[in-house]
Design a protein around this ligand. Structure first.
Ligand SMILES: Cc1cc2nc3c(=O)[nH]c(=O)nc-3n(C[C@H](O)[C@H](O)[C@H](O)COP(=O)(O)OP(=O)(O)OC[C@H]3O[C@@H](n4cnc5c(N)ncnc54)[C@H](O)[C@@H]3O)c2cc1C
Length: 399
């Protein structure tokens, strides 16, 4: 049996980022991941583009993965937010915020693959993929773990278990941590879009009567289209024709984006918010979507999860440097305290946007344009949006 100091369950975006952040420590680290991202060949089942904040870009630089991602990322220099059929418009510009860019957009397929390849390449990390954690048991101060891949099983042990296993976290449920869930009764429809002109590094968000639509540039005249809408409308968008969906989108935007030319096959993601009541227990700590899952309206789920992972890496390494026990509950509490403000602020900000703007609600519609007008004219309002939404609510320890 192999014994580790820390085992990270879930080598998705957040788990693998944490592993890379810890790869230069003297801790023995393993990652368990059910999906073989290195061998994955296409994007058909998950066609999302992830909007990375400028802070996240810098974190990925520190982790050494940015040179492999840079040529796959498309910069976002400005965001244009509008309401269908209303005057309220807000523009958030990188130069006004004193930033070289507001961030970038990258296909999740490359992000997952390149992170997995980098974790595998680190001699200091052990990467069990594709393996699923199927059993865990606390024996004295260690976790005894069983990993399964088809007929094959492995037994390993860990002092500290990090749950980075996503929204439905098996670890969170197994250790009995409760989570509050808000079902938005919405799905996101995501598809590749081709336009007849360049978006000039500008991302667009529009609050329409059918829900929020966003168009995020991925190339010269290509973009990712995301539409948060009701489940029936999402099903219809997926099962209907390309022409029918193009026509809905063109109608919602007019010709602000130029003429829409092609729409790829849409993929649907049911949307909900989740908030774990605790982010640690004895010998276990939660990060990323396992700790909190957000609506994608503000493109914050991974950005927040990444900052949380960097806070955890810093706290664990600093405990190690000071000769303290990294798995001690007081150390895990320090992580929870340091990340609590960011977690709360971003979750509330995102929830606010969903509740007030996403689907037109009676009684709110009259002040929606005022809210966007305010964003444009109230001094500091846009910086707040840029800071909360794009730069990160809390200055990351790593950048
Ligand atoms: C439509 C949509 C658009 C989005 N856009 C953005 C955006 O623009 N910007 C942004 O910041 N965020 C965005 N997000 C959110 C972002 O995708 C998530 O926050 C992020 O993927 C969470 O990463 P994670 O590693 O915590 O979880 P996941 O990505 O869910 O990874 C969890 C991993 O754990 C593995 N796993 C699970 N159980 C086990 C087990 N028992 N054993 C082994 N492995 C296991 C899974 O295979 C998976 O790889 C979006 C989300 C949606 C739905």
């Amino acid at each position: 049996m192999s014994n580790y100091d820390i085992v990270i369950v879930g080598g998705g975006l957040v788990g693998n980022s944490l592993a890379l952040a810890l790869s230069h420590s003297s801790l023995r680290i393993a990652v368990i991941e059910a999906i073989d991202y290195e061998q994955k060949q296409d994007h058909a089942d998950d066609n999302r583009a992830i909007g990375l904040s400028y802070t996240s870009e810098r974190i990925l630089q520190k982790l050494g993965v940015w040179p492999h991602l840079e040529n796959k990322a498309h910069p976002i220099d400005s965001i244009h937010i509008s309401l269908q059929g209303r005057f309220g418009v807000a523009r958030v510009l990188a130069e006004e915020q004193g930033l070289p860019s507001l961030g970038c957009n990258i296909d999740i397929y490359y992000l997952q693959k390149i992170l997995a390849q980098n974790v595998r390449a680190q001699e200091t990390l052990t990467y069990y993929a594709p393996y699923q954690l199927t059993h865990c048991e606390r024996v004295q101060d260690r976790w005894q773990l069983t990993l399964t891949a088809g007929e094959s099983q492995k037994k390993i042990s860990a002092r500290l278990l990090v749950a980075a296993d996503g929204s439905d976290s098996w670890v969170r449920r197994t250790v009995g941590i409760q989570a509050q869930v808000w079902d938005y009764e919405q799905s996101a429809v995501v598809a590749h879009l081709t336009l007849n002109r360049s978006l000039n590094n500008r991302a667009y968000e529009r609050f329409t009567q059918q829900g929020l639509m966003a168009v995020l540039p991925t190339g010269n005249n290509t973009a990712t289209f995301i539409w948060s809408t009701t489940h029936p409308q999402a099903q219809e968008a997926q099962s209907g024709s390309e022409e029918a969906l193009l026509s809905i989108v063109q109608k919602a935007w007019g010709y602000r984006l130029g003429r829409l030319q092609k729409m790829g096959k849409p993929v649907i993601y049911p949307l909900r918010r989740l908030h774990a009541h605790e982010v640690y227990r004895e010998g276990v700590v939660l990060i990323g979507n396992a700790a909190q899952t957000l609506h994608p309206v503000a493109a914050q789920g991974f950005n927040l999860g990444l900052r949380g992972a960097m806070v955890l890496a810093e706290v664990l390494q600093s405990a190690q440097r000071m000769g303290r026990d990294y798995a001690e509950t007081a150390i895990l509490a320090e992580y929870a305290d340091k990340q609590a403000g960011d977690r709360k602020q971003i979750a509330h900000f995102t929830h606010f946007l969903v509740n007030r703007f996403s689907l037109e609600k009676q009684g709110y519609s009259h002040w929606q344009p005022l809210a966007l007008g305010g964003l444009e004219w109230i001094p500091g309002a846009k910086s707040l949006l840029a800071r909360l939404g794009l730069g990160g609510g809390q200055k990351a320890l790593w950048v």
